[in-house]
Design a protein around this ligand. Structure first.
Ligand code: CA
Length: 404
């Protein structure tokens, strides 16, 4: 039911993390060795601007620290500069975005890592037929205005139900490929068993190469490339609704916030060294518990359990995870390497470290951030690795040190 009600709300709220995966470290390296206690950092959230219409994502363009780009669900990308929302949208594609459903709309974007020279960026939206569309656009001669007529289709996936459209797009800082997460097609309980079906893109993480011409190429080392029964584009399996996921910009590790059904929200993980092919379990499992079938769900399969999960039965009534980012900024040296994430329904924000296969330094950041009743639709990061939080109610916050 969460998917039916809350997820509708969530879907509205869910979509991205940093859209410019600016590469601070061209090669995957060892995890940051900072290991000082996280709990001493004092965070607060300052509202940069309010008045956005159902914002679902924020990011910066590679090499450009003067602007933030805020994605609005109805189909606009707005520019935030010096605390002011610019009057003209960077992009307005409300004519082709279908956003009637709570989880439908313009849901995510990612700048081409070479945006400063190519002017390309990618968006993920549901069209007027409810299908998921990933498309490329180009900036116009005016830097604050994209060319809405420049759309080139990258891929389209039919959606059997209106919910669970995921919406995130992210380039890996290690391999440079575009990762496209897709939900299981919607309804509840994955009635079509899509997430475990190797013949559909639904419920998968896709990995495609958009750098060699459109629509895309399949990377030569995709794990199922050439397989008879599995789509070449599939990188990993068994996702329910990976609304927000991100790469650690330093290490290239992948963190996926996968929205659960009725009981459990989860953070899934794969290291930068992964060759792909992970099966994260849905609908066989919800979190680390059998879902369908209720018993013996793992027989004969190798499933990858979440690195962290939490339950809807928590007193704060969380119900939809919003994946965030591994912090790589400079404002909080103690928190470098910590992964931030939150919950759309409860407004909670947490951080943890995942090192050597173990979660450490888990901390509830909700109180110190003081976001009140914020609906945490997304996190975002800028070129410096500083962290942002998007409240679906219309405000974009920056996480800053607490004033003394
Ligand atoms: Ca799972």
């Amino acid at each position: 039911m969460k998917y039916r009600y809350l997820s509708v709300i969530l879907a509205l709220s869910l979509v991205l993390s940093g859209c410019s995966n600016e590469n601070t470290s061209a090669n995957a390296g060892p995890a940051d060795t900072d290991n000082s206690g996280d709990t001493t950092a004092e965070l607060s959230a300052v509202a940069l601007a309010t008045g956005f219409s159902r914002p679902v994502f924020v990011c910066s363009a590679p090499g450009d620290d003067s602007r933030l780009f805020v994605v609005e669900k109805a189909g606009r990308i707005m520019i935030l500069r010096d605390g002011a929302i610019q009057q003209l949208p960077y992009l307005d594609i409300t004519d082709r975005v279908g956003d009637a459903g709570g989880e439908q709309g313009l849901l995510g974007m990612a700048f081409d890592p070479d945006y400063s020279t190519t002017g390309f960026f990618y968006v993920n939206y549901t069209d007027n037929a409810g299908s998921t569309v990933v498309a490329r656009f180009k900036v116009s001669d005016l830097p604050d205005q994209a060319d809405a007529s420049s759309e080139e289709l990258v891929l389209k996936v039919n959606q059997p139900f209106s919910n669970h459209n995921a919406g995130m797009l992210a380039f890996s800082p290690v391999d440079g490929y575009l990762y496209v997460g897709l939900g299981d097609g919607g309804s509840g309980g994955d009635p079509q068993d899509n997430a475990q079906d190797p013949a559909t893109a639904l419920g998968k993480m896709l990995r495609i190469d958009v750098g060699q011409g459109l629509p895309y190429a399949v990377p030569p080392d995709n794990p199922f490339r050439g397989s008879v029964d599995t789509l070449d584009e599939i990188w990993s399996f068994g996702l329910r609704n990976p609304w927000r996921y991100s790469f650690d910009r330093l290490t290239g590790d992948l963190y996926i916030g996968d929205v659960g059904q009725s009981r459990i929200e989860e953070v899934d993980f794969s290291p930068a060294s992964s060759k792909g092919g992970e099966n994260y379990g849905w609908r066989l499992k919800e979190g680390n518990e059998c879902f369908n079938p209720a018993q013996g769900c793992e027989s004969g399969r190798q499933l990858v359990d979440p690195i962290y999960q939490y339950r809807h039965s928590d007193p704060s009534s969380p119900c939809s995870i919003t994946g965030g980012y591994v912090y790589r900024g400079v404002a909080f040296p103690e928190l470098v390497g910590a992964y931030f994430f939150g919950d759309f329904c409860s407004g909670q924000v947490w951080s943890l470290r995942y090192e050597n296969g173990t979660v450490a330094d888990f901390a509830d950041r909700t109180g110190e951030l003081g976001l009140g009743q914020a609906a945490v639709a997304s996190f975002g990061e800028d070129n410096s690795g500083e962290l942002y939080i998007v409240d679906f109610g219309g405000t974009v916050y920056k996480v800053v040190p607490k004033a003394p």
